[in-house]
Design a protein around this ligand. Structure first.
Ligand SMILES: [Zn+2]
Length: 105
């Protein structure tokens, strides 16, 4: 039986959503959650085609969500270009990099 609802809220943390363990296609790191880098609550659960950033290597990834669950792939050139053209996305990535520098991760 497949998981028709691959995302679930993190108990006690309204800013984090858990999913099955994925492997970053760029650096191979494992990750099983998504959250906003500014600590805000996510506006909605991730959808197929939504972008995310690997916490470890900060490469841009794309969620693949379907009846078999969730996976991810590396963003293609057009997705990277659209991401870099978005002021919100640039701020978002800058917040992540600032947070990582503060935490020395
Ligand atoms: Zn990575």
């Amino acid at each position: 039986m497949f998981d028709s609802r691959p995302f679930r809220p993190e108990p006690g943390d309204p800013t984090t959503v858990r999913h099955s363990t994925l492997h970053c296609p760029t650096c191979g790191s494992h990750f099983d959650a998504v959250s906003a880098p500014d600590g805000s609550r996510l506006a909605r659960l991730p959808q197929n085609g939504d972008l995310t950033v690997c916490w470890y290597c900060t490469d841009l990834l794309v969620y693949l969500v379907g009846p078999l669950g969730v996976a991810c792939r590396i963003a293609d050139a057009a997705e990277l270009e659209a991401f870099q053209a978005s002021p919100y996305a640039r701020r978002w990535l800058a917040q992540l990099q600032k947070f990582k520098a503060r935490k020395q991760l």
